[in-house]
Design a protein. Structure first.
Length: 230
């Protein structure tokens, strides 16, 4: 019984393989015998390939154009209604993307400025200002621009955003876990941090607050992840 079954199985296999062989053989026969349908088929394939390649190239070109178009921002630097001590005239405004300065510009006597740069897939575009009595201050962060010529208004100090728990969030990472309130004092206190390997570093964070000298007056919070004051 078992042998018979095995024999039967083997013969089916042989039969199948001969069938496949025959198929392969017969499939190869017509192109040699008649070349016209082959040429037509080749032309069709070529046409389709060219068509697909054209679409692919167009998509690629449009995609690149989208990223390489320069952005020109018409900016306005304004005082925050809560704190009007900052100067908004002749203040240096600069944009950073992936830790690199992309462009910088000065505000005029009305706090207006124009800044232009070409985005290149940066994770975010972070706007800073620095000027008389202002330490480098983060005034805004965006991921994308609504157009190639957006109009943007920034406030100094920047408007704070809070999470659902009422904690101030960082404008760049949008998280609150590494955000510290800045304590202003005449003599900044540093915290000595000794790591397990024995390296000693000084952290400006002391008792959960970022220690700043008296000259830094506007920044109220510091994000230790992005190393920014806002
Ligand atoms: Zn952050």
């Amino acid at each position: 019984m078992a042998i018979g079954g095995l024999n039967g199985f083997a013969s089916t296999e042989v039969q199948n393989s001969t069938f496949v062989l025959q198929l392969k053989f017969s499939a190869k026969i017509p192109p040699i015998a008649n070349t016209r349908p082959v040429v037509r088929h080749f032309k069709q394939t070529l046409r389709l390939t060219i068509y697909i390649l054209t679409i692919f190239a167009a998509t690629l070109l449009l995609g690149f154009r989208h990223f390489s178009l320069p952005v020109t921002i018409t900016g306005h630097l304004k005082n925050s209604p809560r704190d009007t001590s900052a100067y908004t005239e002749m203040v240096l405004v600069f944009v950073k993307g992936d830790h690199k300065i992309l462009a910088k510009s000065y505000t005029d006597n009305k706090g207006n400025f124009e800044i232009s740069f070409t985005p290149n897939k940066e994770k975010s575009f972070d706007f800073y200002c620095t000027g008389l009595g202002i330490d480098t201050l983060l005034i805004g962060s965006v991921r994308t621009f609504e157009s190639d010529t957006p109009e943007m208004t920034f406030y100094i100090p920047g408007q704070l955003k809070r999470n659902a728990f009422g904690k101030v969030i960082c404008p760049i990472c949008k998280r609150a876990d590494k955000v510290y309130k800045i304590r202003h004092s005449d003599a900044p206190v540093s915290t000595m941090v000794i790591s397990k390997s024995g390296d000693t570093t000084y952290s400006p964070i002391y008792k959960g607050k970022f220690q700043a000298g008296c000259l830094v007056g506007l920044a109220r919070y510091y994000c230790d992840r992005d190393k920014v004051k806002f």
